[in-house]
Design a protein around this ligand. Structure first.
Ligand SMILES: C[S@@+](CC[C@H](N)C(=O)[O-])C[C@H]1O[C@@H](n2cnc3c(N)ncnc32)[C@H](O)[C@@H]1O
Length: 518
């Protein structure tokens, strides 16, 4: 028996300010291209965001190409240097300018809270001073936020009191803070304390600067003279970076130290139990019959060539390409649609019956967005076919201070023993799986008897309105043989309490059913 109801009211999903906020913020960033006093702040925010969407070295190349190369070309005719000298110095300036972002990308992910925002300003001040000493003045202006701030009076006031390093510190720190808050969805419970502390520091610095200005303290002609910022920043940057790289990483706890999770693992090919062995000092999973599965960055890899074929291969290429941008585009996209993203996520998983201590599995976990909205006190496991999405999931879990066992594999052949999980769900992806029936059968197999299973995804209306119109990747959604729909017919008849809810203004479905006991 199937029921179809509209459960989520427009009011709950409505975010009337979403579009206005998104458009206003975009306008501010666009204005940054025309007003250098603003651009120095917005470009630092964008550059820190862009490198954060990619693996470190790839991100480094990205920001060199999209941020520093255009700046170098723009400045070409604006210096008194000869072309040969400019061509010689510009690459050095670009590298020095981009290095603080690389150091931040490498270090900040190993830190928590407000501390994670500090590598960028600390290394920023250090490399700015390095550039100032090494590069000719004309070209050091190219990479120096402090030098390019002649029109930015409040900043110069702060610098007059605190030294020119303060300007660079403020610009880089604000960029890191905005990105940190963005990654935490500006959720007050996550950013509240850090936002209050940093805002207080900024306000106090500005008050001191303005006060000194009014009481006649002039800004020194060379505001870098006697500046203590570079030395102190270098010391702090080295200590912070050293600590970040030597502290234990929860996401990479050796599998030998996770006996409970290990006991649930089975070869997806033969169903054999798995144990840990070592290959050149690295952990790998092995079955009695000798099958081996590598573990990369703490994530066991069960995907085979057969898993990456047909539609799964096609969509995997898409997810690999967009992984770094997935979270941001989802946030901006839903804001532009005036949709409250948090309520949409909550309404998608509202049908889950989660109790403290439950073992929860999400198939196609992606970047782990759902995990961030589930009740605490549960043991989380997530599986996905895309390395890129899993890498971003690991980063999100670190940011949100959550722990989860992650696996790379195909949702159509799960690497777990029968009856392993108290909660099993899937949100997004199944519409385009190669074998949807098998994926549902696998969810049922690994769920404990009596478990309520939940599957949600978009309706055809959403796919047509949004995915098919995407400028990048849109064409792979066009010309499909079948329209997407809730896969009710693929749920085995013995399942109980089968139900479909239509959510998200008719653009999403939530299918639930219960695995019978016995
Ligand atoms: C739309 S995203 C949803 C991610 C996440 N559940 C969320 O709510 O944000 C779809 C995910 O399905 C994954 N996926 C696609 N085909 C898969 C398969 N056959 N097995 C496992 N994951 C798959 C993709 O890599 C991607 O991360």
């Amino acid at each position: 028996m199937t029921a179809t109801t509209e459960t989520t009211g427009e009011l709950l999903l409505a975010n009337p300010w979403g579009r206005l906020t998104a458009v206003s913020v975009m306008a501010v960033f666009l204005a940054g291209f025309f007003f250098p006093g603003l651009g120095v702040w917005t470009s630092a925010i964008c550059t820190a965001w862009l490198i954060g969407t990619q693996k470190p070295w790839r991100g480094f190349v990205f920001i060199l190409a999209t941020s520093f190369l255009p700046a170098a070309l723009w400045h070409w005719n604006k210096t008194s240097m000869t072309t040969a000298a400019y061509l010689g110095w510009a690459p050095a300036a670009m590298l020095i300018g981009a290095l603080p972002y690389l150091m931040h990308r490498l270090t900040s992910r190993r830190l928590q809270g407000l501390l994670s925002t500090l590598p960028l300003p600390l290394w920023g001040v250090v490399f700015q001073e390095f550039g100032r000493r090494l590069l000719p003045l004309d070209i050091s202006n190219l990479i120096s936020p402090a030098q390019s701030q002649h029109s930015n009076t409040p900043l110069l006031q702060i610098a007059g009191v605190l030294g020119s390093g303060a300007i660079a510190f403020a610009i880089y720190w604000l960029a890191a803070l905005v990105n940190w808050m963005w990654d935490l969805d500006f959720r007050p419970e996550r950013i509240g304390r850090g936002a209050a502390i940093s805002a207080t520091i900024f306000i106090v610095a500005i008050i001191i600067g303005v006060y000194r200005q009014f009481t006649g303290h002039a800004i020194p002609a060379d505001s870098s003279a006697g500046d203590v910022w570079p030395g102190l920043s270098l010391l702090a940057a080295v200590i912070l970076t050293g600590w970040a790289f030597t502290r234990p990483d929860k996401q990479r706890t050796p599998w030998a130290g996770r006996p409970d999770a290990l006991a649930l693992l089975r070869s997806p090919l033969t169903g054999d139990p798995l144990h840990i062995t070592f290959d050149h000092g690295r952990e790998i999973l092995q079955s009695r019959s000798g099958e081996q599965f590598p573990i990369r960055d703490g994530i066991p890899d069960f995907a085979t060539a057969q898993d990456l074929a047909g539609p799964n291969l096609k969509y995997n290429k898409l997810y690999q390409a967009i992984a770094g941008f997935y979270d941001s585009t989802q946030k901006v996209g839903l804001a532009l649609m005036n949709v409250n993203r948090r309520n949409l996520i909550l309404s998608s998983v509202a049908g889950l019956q989660i109790k403290p201590g439950d073992r929860v599995l999400e198939t196609s976990v992606g970047t782990g967005l759902m995990f961030g909205h589930l009740p605490g006190g549960v043991k989380l496991s997530g599986l996905d076919l895309s390395w890129g999405m899993l890498a971003n999931c690991q980063e999100n879990l670190r940011r949100w201070d959550l722990e989860a066992d992650l696996f790379r594999g195909n949702a159509e052949s799960l690497p777990f023993a029968d009856n392993s999980f108290d909660v099993v769900y899937h949100c997004g992806g199944i519409n385009f799986f190669g074998d949807i029936r098998k994926a549902i059968a696998e969810m049922i197999r690994v769920a404990k008897p009596g478990t309520r299973i939940l599957i949600c995804d978009e309706t055809e209306e959403y796919v047509k309105k949004n995915y098919e119109r995407m400028p990048i990747g849109g064409k792979i959604f066009k010309g499909r043989a079948e329209a997407v729909a809730a896969p009710i017919a693929l749920v085995p008849p013995e399942m109980l309490e089968l139900n479909v809810d239509v959510i998200f203004r008719g653009q999403g479905y939530v299918l639930t059913f219960r695995k019978p006991i016995g």
